[in-house]
Each structure stands twice: as C-alpha cells, then as structure tokens.
Ligand binder design. Structure first.
Ligand SMILES: [Zn+2]
Length: 214
C-alpha cells in the first residue's frame, strides 16, 4: 500500500498512476513489454516520481502497481521495490527539467536494432518524414542521433554514459541499450508516447532497409 507524503495530493498520485497503467496496458498490447519487462514513470512534483513496481505484468497494471520514489531512486512511503532501472528514470527527471514522463520498452525491433548498431555506438536517422514526430525536429533533412549504450546490470555505469552524452552538449531524446530496449521521454504522456511510437517505426524502417539491401 502506498502511503502518500504530505507533498502529494491523493488525486495527483491517482492521476499519475492511472496514466502510467493505461499507457503500460496499451504498450503491452503491442507486444513491446514481453515477460514483465519494461518500466514507466511520471514526475509527480519536483522531489518525487511515480514508477512501476518491479516484476509486474505490464499488460495488467492498476493503480496498486505504481509506487513513489524520490529523485535518488529510493522508495517513498511503501515497502515495494521499484523497477531495477529506476535510476535511469530519475536521472532523466534530474537532468532534463522539461521531462514529465519516461517510457522504457523492450520491443523486438528495439532489441534487434540495438544489437545491430551497438558497435557504431549510435543510430543516425536522416531523411525520414517521421523524424518530425520528435519535438524540435521540423524537417526530414535533420539528423537525429540515437545513442546505443552497452548493457549492464550495474546502473551507475549506464547513468554515467548518459551523463557523459548530455555533458558533451549533444541533443538527447532517446537512447537504446544494447540487446535490451529503448528509453525515451516527453513533456507529457502524449509526447512521450509519440516519441516512442516514432522511434519504433524509424528503427523498423532502418532494419527493413538493411534486410532489403543485403
Ligand atoms: Zn529494461
């Protein structure tokens, strides 16, 4: 049971939890969250985020499957364990003040693309109309770079790689983890969903191009 600190109105927590659960059910229906993988979060206020509890079936989430963490990734007001990758969510909220929602999925397309482009360290998207679905991109002529970071079970290593990319001043709207999946985010659930759907589509197109030109 989630106890709410005084800084969080029950209606605010309910709104965040319901939005996360609904998005998770819809993304699970697309097959992007196999075998209880994937995790989703929403910023509740400056200090707290709501995030999926570890190990739950993402196709069957309800309000009771969402918990609070602080921006260091520690559970707040519950004995539940947050997703193993909570540190990657809270990093986005700390580093990118506009981000309100973080979505992480493990689709087949995301997984295969991450392996294919791991050695290059990034996927360079250019010439696709759907790049315009990413906020800030207004033309297919733009170049959208999505980094691919090595997978690890040691979250501080991944956090350091994301920090290094951001510290270099490079734009970051999403990243892949090798053999694992994608992280993306947005200023609200609709924008985060749009980014995720566009990237899934673009990665699928890049894979098809390589199949057809083999
Ligand atoms: Zn994952």
């Amino acid at each position: 049971m989630q106890d709410l600190p005084s800084s969080v109105e029950p209606a605010r927590f309910a709104l965040c939890a319901d939005a996360i659960a609904e998005a998770a059910r819809e993304l699970a229906a697309l097959g992007w969250t196999p075998a209880t993988s994937s995790n989703f979060s929403m910023r509740v206020n400056d200090e707290l985020a709501a995030i999926t509890i570890s190990g739950r079936d993402k196709g069957r989430l309800g309000r009771e499957d969402i918990m609070l963490v602080d921006m260091a990734g520690h559970a707040v007001g519950t004995p539940s364990r947050p997703s193993a990758e909570t540190a990657l969510h809270t990093q986005v909220y700390r580093r990118l003040p506009h981000a309100q929602v973080v979505l992480h999925t493990h689709s087949r397309t995301q997984s295969v693309a991450s392996r294919l482009f791991a050695q290059a360290g990034l996927i360079r998207l250019e010439g696709w109309e759907l790049q315009k679905a990413i906020t800030g991109y207004t033309t297919h002529d733009s170049v959208l770079e999505v980094p691919v970071f090595p997978n690890t079970q040691h979250m501080p290593e991944l956090v350091a790689r994301v920090d290094a990319w951001l510290d270099a001043g490079r734009p970051l709207h999403a990243y892949l983890i090798d053999g694992h999946g994608i992280y993306t985010w947005g200023a609200d659930m609709a924008e985060a969903r749009r980014h995720l759907e566009a990237l899934e589509f673009l990665l699928g197109c890049e894979l098809d191009l390589r199949r057809l030109s083999a």
